[in-house]
Structures are given as structure tokens and as C-alpha cells.
Design a protein around this ligand. Sequence first.
Ligand code: CDP
Length: 230
Amino acid sequence: MTASRPSAITIDGPAAAGKSVLGEKLAQRLDYLYFDTGVMYRAITWLALQRQIDVTDEVALTRLAETVRIGIARPEVNDGRQYTVSIDSQDITWEIRRPEVDQNVSAVSAYEGVRRAMAAQQRAIGIRGQVVMVGRDIGTVVLPEADLKLYLTASPEERARRRWKEIQARGQEADYQQVLEDMRRRDKIDSEREVAPLRPAEDAIIINNDHLTVEEEVRLVERLIWDQAV
Ligand code: CDP
């Protein structure tokens, strides 16, 4: 690859579209930082539930988002994690994947104050460059000047099947129909919210990966990077 490869790559898209697996692989190959912004919204949601803060209390949630320090570090445990997430030195990497977090995270992340606090931290990291940043509004709001913007998508059924398999791989019980319903509900809230709704940036490249393997998708994106660089 040439020296003029993109310095920031954004990957947005609905739940379980494969953003994190693509993001991590691209970051590895480019030697860039991989940053999954969904983790921050999940961490706040987990903390709010822990502290029994009402998930409709925008003021309290905003205060929480403005003060909490979420740690995201390279994994030091070999249990399939991409990174270690912590709050006040408590390891919450798997806690933030629990069903109650899934059920509440979209409501919490719809609040303007919560988003403002999160997006500011994300942008501060993104503008340093050499980053692959993954989320819902990265190409549209957080890093609109990024030089390569991807929007990943796949059918709801395929995405639910992937999520269902992930949950089972963690040794937990999951009902496919329930996973599909929860995912649709979350996508709807994420797409219809007023602040930073889920949608492709105007200059995003949309990739439907229903029929692509991860390897094929990585190769496709590498070709895009190559074409852009020459
Ligand atoms: O892994 P999955 O695609 O299921 O979700 P995630 O990327 O971990 O994001 C969890 C939730 O956080 C999403 O459903 C959104 O409500 C919210 N989120 C957001 O609003 N903006 C982002 N940049 C990233 C996540």
C-alpha cells in the first residue's frame, strides 16, 4: 500500500452487520487503531442500570456520560475479546453484551447530551488519524472528513442469525426469533432518532455482505483503499 492510504476509515451500519470483524481486520492489516464506539454507549448503559438510573432520565444520563471514564485497552485475557472494557478498573467487557444492555442501549444513546459527550471523546481520538472507527454516526457526525467511509449492511435475518450464533458461542441461551425482534427494535430506534440517526454518509460506499465471506469483504475494501491511493 502507498503512503497516501486513508488516515481515517469509518464503518457504520446496523446491528450485527459485521462492522467489528471487518474493522479489526482492516486495522490489523494497516497497523491502525481499531475503535468500536458502540462500546462506549454500552458501557454507559451498563453503568446506568447498575446504579439504577432511570433510562428515561436524560439529565442523569447526560451527567453520567460527561463524567464517566471508560477504559478501552488491548486485551490481556485470551477469551475471544477484541479489547478490554473497564470502568473504575472493573472489567466489564462481557457485562456490556448482556441482554439488558442490548435492550436499553438504543434508548440511552438517543439522548443529545449523551451523544455530545461521547462524540467529543471519539472525535478527539479520530482526528489523530491512523484509525478505523466503527459505529452508527461516525461518517456522518463524528468524523465527516474521513477519507474512506463504509456503510455495511445485510438482511435482518442474516444479521440476526450471526448475532444468535455469537450468543451461543459464548455458551448462552438464545432464541432466534427473539434476537431478530430485539435487533429490529434497536435498528428502528437508531434510524429514527433525531440526533445523529443511523444512515450512510452521502459519500459512503455501501456494502451489502449477505453473500460475502469476511475474507472476500476485506479484499474488497483493500481494493477500494488501493484504488483511492493511486
Ligand atoms: O454490535 P452491535 O452492532 O449490536 O451494536 P454496537 O455497535 O455495540 O452498538 C450498540 C448500540 O449503541 C447501537 O444500537 C446504538 O444505539 C448505539 N451506538 C450509537 O448510537 N452510535 C454509535 N456510534 C455506536 C453505537
